[in-house]
Design a protein around this ligand. Structure first.
Ligand SMILES: [Mn+2]
Length: 339
Protein backbone atom coordinates (compact mmCIF):
# COMPACT_ATOMS: atom_id res chain seq x y z
CA UNK A 1 0.00 0.00 0.00
CA UNK A 2 1.29 3.44 -0.82
CA UNK A 3 1.90 6.10 1.75
CA UNK A 4 -1.17 8.12 2.64
CA UNK A 5 -0.85 11.89 2.77
CA UNK A 6 0.46 12.26 6.33
CA UNK A 7 -1.23 15.64 6.58
CA UNK A 8 -4.61 13.90 6.62
CA UNK A 9 -3.71 12.28 9.95
CA UNK A 10 -4.43 15.58 11.71
CA UNK A 11 -7.89 15.78 10.14
CA UNK A 12 -9.06 12.45 11.56
CA UNK A 13 -8.19 13.40 15.15
CA UNK A 14 -10.85 14.71 17.50
CA UNK A 15 -10.38 18.23 18.88
CA UNK A 16 -10.72 17.06 22.45
CA UNK A 17 -10.97 13.84 24.41
CA UNK A 18 -8.64 11.00 25.15
CA UNK A 19 -7.22 8.53 22.62
CA UNK A 20 -6.67 4.86 23.37
CA UNK A 21 -3.48 3.39 21.88
CA UNK A 22 -3.29 -0.36 21.21
CA UNK A 23 -0.85 -2.87 19.79
CA UNK A 24 -0.66 -6.64 19.46
CA UNK A 25 -0.74 -9.02 22.40
CA UNK A 26 2.61 -9.46 24.18
CA UNK A 27 4.03 -6.21 22.78
CA UNK A 28 7.61 -6.14 21.53
CA UNK A 29 9.97 -3.14 21.46
CA UNK A 30 8.66 -2.00 18.07
CA UNK A 31 5.07 -1.98 19.32
CA UNK A 32 6.11 -0.23 22.55
CA UNK A 33 8.27 2.29 20.67
CA UNK A 34 5.45 3.13 18.26
CA UNK A 35 3.01 3.57 21.17
CA UNK A 36 5.35 5.98 22.95
CA UNK A 37 5.98 7.89 19.70
CA UNK A 38 2.30 8.32 18.84
CA UNK A 39 1.54 9.31 22.44
CA UNK A 40 4.27 11.97 22.30
CA UNK A 41 3.00 13.39 18.99
CA UNK A 42 -0.61 13.52 20.13
CA UNK A 43 0.36 15.30 23.35
CA UNK A 44 2.89 17.75 21.89
CA UNK A 45 1.26 18.62 18.61
CA UNK A 46 -2.44 18.09 19.21
CA UNK A 47 -2.76 18.47 23.01
CA UNK A 48 -4.50 15.09 23.22
CA UNK A 49 -4.00 12.72 26.13
CA UNK A 50 -3.60 9.01 25.58
CA UNK A 51 -3.90 5.75 27.48
CA UNK A 52 -2.23 2.48 26.52
CA UNK A 53 -3.65 -1.00 26.38
CA UNK A 54 -1.02 -3.71 26.60
CA UNK A 55 -2.67 -7.09 26.17
CA UNK A 56 -0.86 -10.15 27.38
CA UNK A 57 1.86 -9.97 30.00
CA UNK A 58 5.24 -8.69 28.89
CA UNK A 59 7.63 -11.39 30.00
CA UNK A 60 10.73 -11.18 27.87
CA UNK A 61 13.43 -9.68 30.09
CA UNK A 62 14.50 -7.09 27.47
CA UNK A 63 10.93 -5.90 26.99
CA UNK A 64 10.22 -5.73 30.72
CA UNK A 65 13.34 -3.59 31.15
CA UNK A 66 12.27 -1.31 28.31
CA UNK A 67 8.79 -0.91 29.77
CA UNK A 68 10.10 -0.23 33.27
CA UNK A 69 12.98 2.12 32.44
CA UNK A 70 10.86 4.15 30.02
CA UNK A 71 7.83 4.16 32.34
CA UNK A 72 5.49 2.74 29.73
CA UNK A 73 2.35 2.41 31.79
CA UNK A 74 -0.72 0.59 30.56
CA UNK A 75 -4.28 0.55 31.84
CA UNK A 76 -4.95 -2.30 34.25
CA UNK A 77 -6.43 -5.38 32.63
CA UNK A 78 -10.11 -4.91 31.94
CA UNK A 79 -9.71 -1.20 32.72
CA UNK A 80 -10.98 0.20 29.42
CA UNK A 81 -14.20 2.18 29.73
CA UNK A 82 -15.20 3.06 26.14
CA UNK A 83 -16.99 6.16 27.43
CA UNK A 84 -13.59 7.67 28.29
CA UNK A 85 -12.25 7.65 24.73
CA UNK A 86 -12.88 9.70 21.62
CA UNK A 87 -11.06 7.18 19.45
CA UNK A 88 -8.47 4.45 19.17
CA UNK A 89 -5.21 4.01 17.24
CA UNK A 90 -3.54 0.66 16.50
CA UNK A 91 0.21 0.36 15.93
CA UNK A 92 2.43 -2.50 14.74
CA UNK A 93 -0.64 -4.59 14.03
CA UNK A 94 -4.02 -4.49 12.32
CA UNK A 95 -7.55 -4.91 13.64
CA UNK A 96 -8.08 -8.09 11.60
CA UNK A 97 -5.07 -9.84 13.18
CA UNK A 98 -6.00 -12.58 15.62
CA UNK A 99 -3.35 -11.51 18.14
CA UNK A 100 -4.86 -8.02 18.43
CA UNK A 101 -8.15 -8.14 20.29
CA UNK A 102 -9.50 -4.59 20.42
CA UNK A 103 -11.99 -3.16 22.92
CA UNK A 104 -15.53 -2.66 21.63
CA UNK A 105 -17.34 0.62 21.39
CA UNK A 106 -14.42 2.94 20.54
CA UNK A 107 -14.11 4.38 17.02
CA UNK A 108 -10.96 3.21 15.24
CA UNK A 109 -9.18 6.31 13.94
CA UNK A 110 -5.89 5.10 12.54
CA UNK A 111 -3.66 2.09 11.91
CA UNK A 112 0.13 2.16 11.50
CA UNK A 113 1.73 -1.14 10.59
CA UNK A 114 4.55 -2.67 8.58
CA UNK A 115 3.16 -6.22 8.43
CA UNK A 116 1.52 -7.59 5.32
CA UNK A 117 -2.17 -6.97 5.64
CA UNK A 118 -5.05 -9.30 5.11
CA UNK A 119 -7.86 -7.70 3.17
CA UNK A 120 -10.94 -7.89 5.32
CA UNK A 121 -13.71 -7.13 2.83
CA UNK A 122 -16.44 -6.79 5.41
CA UNK A 123 -14.53 -4.37 7.65
CA UNK A 124 -15.42 -0.73 8.13
CA UNK A 125 -13.05 1.60 6.28
CA UNK A 126 -10.37 3.04 8.58
CA UNK A 127 -10.14 6.87 8.53
CA UNK A 128 -6.31 6.83 8.39
CA UNK A 129 -4.58 3.64 7.38
CA UNK A 130 -0.84 3.37 6.77
CA UNK A 131 0.17 -0.24 6.15
CA UNK A 132 3.44 -0.73 4.32
CA UNK A 133 5.50 -3.88 4.57
CA UNK A 134 8.47 -2.12 2.97
CA UNK A 135 9.30 -0.58 6.35
CA UNK A 136 11.49 -2.61 8.67
CA UNK A 137 9.71 -1.27 11.75
CA UNK A 138 6.50 0.53 12.68
CA UNK A 139 8.67 2.79 14.86
CA UNK A 140 10.24 4.10 11.65
CA UNK A 141 6.79 5.03 10.32
CA UNK A 142 6.05 6.85 13.57
CA UNK A 143 9.41 8.64 13.32
CA UNK A 144 8.34 9.79 9.82
CA UNK A 145 5.06 11.01 11.23
CA UNK A 146 6.82 13.01 13.95
CA UNK A 147 9.11 14.47 11.30
CA UNK A 148 6.16 15.42 9.13
CA UNK A 149 4.58 17.27 12.05
CA UNK A 150 7.87 18.91 12.97
CA UNK A 151 7.75 17.36 16.43
CA UNK A 152 11.06 16.60 18.12
CA UNK A 153 11.11 13.36 20.07
CA UNK A 154 12.21 13.94 23.66
CA UNK A 155 14.83 11.62 25.11
CA UNK A 156 12.32 9.02 26.25
CA UNK A 157 10.54 8.99 22.89
CA UNK A 158 13.80 8.84 20.94
CA UNK A 159 14.97 5.94 23.10
CA UNK A 160 11.70 4.05 22.69
CA UNK A 161 11.54 4.54 18.91
CA UNK A 162 15.23 3.69 18.56
CA UNK A 163 14.67 0.43 20.47
CA UNK A 164 11.78 -0.36 18.12
CA UNK A 165 13.78 0.21 14.94
CA UNK A 166 16.82 -1.70 16.10
CA UNK A 167 14.81 -4.61 17.46
CA UNK A 168 12.68 -5.18 14.38
CA UNK A 169 15.54 -4.64 11.94
CA UNK A 170 18.12 -6.42 14.11
CA UNK A 171 20.34 -3.32 14.11
CA UNK A 172 19.54 -2.60 10.43
CA UNK A 173 20.63 -6.06 9.35
CA UNK A 174 17.15 -7.41 8.64
CA UNK A 175 14.77 -5.83 6.16
CA UNK A 176 15.97 -2.29 6.79
CA UNK A 177 15.20 0.40 4.24
CA UNK A 178 16.85 3.82 3.88
CA UNK A 179 13.98 5.18 5.98
CA UNK A 180 14.80 2.73 8.79
CA UNK A 181 18.43 3.70 8.53
CA UNK A 182 17.65 7.40 8.83
CA UNK A 183 15.35 6.83 11.81
CA UNK A 184 18.01 4.67 13.47
CA UNK A 185 20.80 7.22 12.97
CA UNK A 186 18.82 10.29 13.98
CA UNK A 187 17.06 8.71 16.95
CA UNK A 188 20.29 7.23 18.25
CA UNK A 189 21.73 10.73 18.69
CA UNK A 190 19.09 11.54 21.26
CA UNK A 191 18.56 8.09 22.78
CA UNK A 192 19.60 7.29 26.35
CA UNK A 193 22.61 4.98 26.10
CA UNK A 194 22.33 3.81 29.71
CA UNK A 195 18.78 2.67 29.08
CA UNK A 196 19.69 1.02 25.77
CA UNK A 197 22.54 -0.83 27.48
CA UNK A 198 20.28 -2.00 30.29
CA UNK A 199 17.68 -3.24 27.79
CA UNK A 200 20.37 -5.16 25.89
CA UNK A 201 21.65 -6.99 28.95
CA UNK A 202 18.81 -7.45 31.43
CA UNK A 203 19.08 -9.86 34.34
CA UNK A 204 17.70 -13.27 33.38
CA UNK A 205 15.77 -15.55 35.71
CA UNK A 206 16.78 -19.06 36.73
CA UNK A 207 13.66 -20.25 34.96
CA UNK A 208 15.03 -18.73 31.75
CA UNK A 209 18.22 -20.82 31.91
CA UNK A 210 16.25 -23.95 32.80
CA UNK A 211 14.08 -23.37 29.76
CA UNK A 212 17.09 -22.98 27.47
CA UNK A 213 18.27 -26.34 28.82
CA UNK A 214 14.88 -27.88 28.03
CA UNK A 215 15.07 -26.25 24.58
CA UNK A 216 18.39 -27.91 23.79
CA UNK A 217 17.00 -31.24 24.95
CA UNK A 218 13.90 -30.85 22.80
CA UNK A 219 15.72 -29.67 19.69
CA UNK A 220 15.73 -32.00 16.69
CA UNK A 221 18.28 -31.36 13.98
CA UNK A 222 17.14 -32.21 10.46
CA UNK A 223 20.13 -30.66 8.75
CA UNK A 224 18.46 -27.65 7.15
CA UNK A 225 15.75 -27.42 9.82
CA UNK A 226 16.03 -27.22 13.57
CA UNK A 227 12.73 -28.18 15.13
CA UNK A 228 12.28 -27.28 18.80
CA UNK A 229 8.79 -28.18 19.93
CA UNK A 230 8.51 -27.76 23.68
CA UNK A 231 5.70 -28.26 26.17
CA UNK A 232 4.88 -25.38 28.54
CA UNK A 233 7.12 -22.32 28.17
CA UNK A 234 7.59 -19.28 30.41
CA UNK A 235 6.40 -16.80 27.78
CA UNK A 236 5.28 -16.62 24.15
CA UNK A 237 8.26 -14.34 23.46
CA UNK A 238 10.65 -17.01 24.65
CA UNK A 239 9.51 -19.20 21.75
CA UNK A 240 10.70 -16.51 19.33
CA UNK A 241 13.93 -16.18 21.28
CA UNK A 242 14.59 -19.92 21.04
CA UNK A 243 13.87 -19.88 17.30
CA UNK A 244 16.35 -16.99 16.89
CA UNK A 245 18.94 -18.61 19.07
CA UNK A 246 18.92 -21.98 17.28
CA UNK A 247 19.03 -20.34 13.86
CA UNK A 248 22.61 -19.45 14.77
CA UNK A 249 23.66 -23.10 14.64
CA UNK A 250 26.01 -23.40 11.67
CA UNK A 251 24.47 -24.76 8.50
CA UNK A 252 20.89 -24.02 9.49
CA UNK A 253 18.37 -22.53 7.11
CA UNK A 254 15.17 -22.88 9.10
CA UNK A 255 14.49 -22.77 12.79
CA UNK A 256 11.00 -23.60 14.01
CA UNK A 257 10.22 -23.38 17.71
CA UNK A 258 7.01 -23.87 19.64
CA UNK A 259 5.71 -23.93 23.19
CA UNK A 260 2.46 -23.71 25.11
CA UNK A 261 1.55 -20.60 27.08
CA UNK A 262 -1.76 -19.10 28.22
CA UNK A 263 -3.87 -21.76 26.49
CA UNK A 264 -2.22 -21.35 23.11
CA UNK A 265 0.55 -23.21 21.35
CA UNK A 266 2.88 -20.45 20.21
CA UNK A 267 5.08 -20.98 17.16
CA UNK A 268 7.98 -18.98 15.68
CA UNK A 269 9.68 -19.64 12.38
CA UNK A 270 12.99 -18.11 11.34
CA UNK A 271 14.91 -18.48 8.12
CA UNK A 272 18.35 -17.18 7.23
CA UNK A 273 18.31 -17.59 3.45
CA UNK A 274 18.34 -14.29 1.57
CA UNK A 275 14.97 -13.53 0.03
CA UNK A 276 13.20 -16.28 1.93
CA UNK A 277 9.64 -15.71 3.01
CA UNK A 278 8.77 -17.30 6.32
CA UNK A 279 5.08 -16.37 6.32
CA UNK A 280 3.79 -18.72 3.58
CA UNK A 281 5.88 -21.49 5.11
CA UNK A 282 4.32 -21.03 8.53
CA UNK A 283 0.88 -20.57 6.97
CA UNK A 284 1.28 -24.00 5.42
CA UNK A 285 2.71 -25.59 8.56
CA UNK A 286 -0.10 -24.40 10.83
CA UNK A 287 -2.74 -25.16 8.20
CA UNK A 288 -6.39 -24.58 9.03
CA UNK A 289 -5.78 -24.99 12.72
CA UNK A 290 -3.85 -21.82 13.46
CA UNK A 291 -3.36 -18.14 12.75
CA UNK A 292 -0.10 -16.46 11.89
CA UNK A 293 1.61 -13.37 10.57
CA UNK A 294 5.07 -12.36 9.55
CA UNK A 295 7.34 -10.75 7.05
CA UNK A 296 10.64 -11.61 5.39
CA UNK A 297 12.64 -14.11 7.32
CA UNK A 298 10.44 -14.29 10.40
CA UNK A 299 6.92 -15.41 11.16
CA UNK A 300 4.95 -16.20 14.28
CA UNK A 301 1.62 -17.79 14.97
CA UNK A 302 -0.48 -19.77 17.37
CA UNK A 303 -2.92 -22.63 17.65
CA UNK A 304 -5.60 -22.47 20.33
CA UNK A 305 -5.27 -25.40 22.72
CA UNK A 306 -8.43 -27.08 23.85
CA UNK A 307 -9.67 -29.12 20.95
CA UNK A 308 -6.15 -30.45 20.50
CA UNK A 309 -3.70 -31.44 23.22
CA UNK A 310 -0.14 -30.11 23.29
CA UNK A 311 1.12 -33.47 21.99
CA UNK A 312 -1.36 -33.47 19.12
CA UNK A 313 -0.37 -29.93 18.15
CA UNK A 314 3.31 -30.88 18.23
CA UNK A 315 2.64 -33.89 15.96
CA UNK A 316 0.61 -31.73 13.59
CA UNK A 317 3.34 -29.08 13.32
CA UNK A 318 6.15 -31.56 12.98
CA UNK A 319 4.58 -33.60 10.21
CA UNK A 320 3.58 -30.53 8.20
CA UNK A 321 6.98 -28.87 8.64
CA UNK A 322 8.81 -31.97 7.45
CA UNK A 323 6.42 -32.27 4.52
CA UNK A 324 6.84 -28.60 3.58
CA UNK A 325 10.63 -28.81 3.56
CA UNK A 326 10.70 -32.32 2.02
CA UNK A 327 12.52 -33.78 5.01
CA UNK A 328 12.16 -37.24 6.43
CA UNK A 329 12.15 -38.40 10.00
CA UNK A 330 14.91 -40.93 9.36
CA UNK A 331 18.07 -38.84 9.71
CA UNK A 332 17.22 -36.64 12.63
CA UNK A 333 19.85 -35.88 15.25
CA UNK A 334 19.57 -34.47 18.72
CA UNK A 335 21.41 -31.39 19.97
CA UNK A 336 21.46 -32.65 23.56
CA UNK A 337 24.85 -33.54 25.04
CA UNK A 338 23.90 -37.18 25.33
CA UNK A 339 21.90 -37.21 22.09
MN1 LIG B 1 7.08 -4.40 14.21
Amino acid sequence: MSRPDLETFSSILPKTGKILLCTHRHPDPDGLGALVGIGHLLKQKFALDTDLVLEGRIRRAENITMRDLLNIEALPEGGVDPANYAGMIVVDSQPCFSHTPLPDGIPLLAVFDHHDGITDEGAEPIPFEWVDSEFGATSTMVYELLKHYDTQPDRRTATALFCGVRYDTNNLLRGATPADEEAFRILELNADRQVIGAIDQPPLSREYFKQMHRGINACQDYGTLLLTLMDEVISPESVAEIADWFLRLEGQQWSLAGGACDGRYQVSLRCDMPGADAYPALRHILGEKGACGGHGRMAGGQIELGEMSIDEVKMHIKSRALEYLSLSDSDVQSLAANG
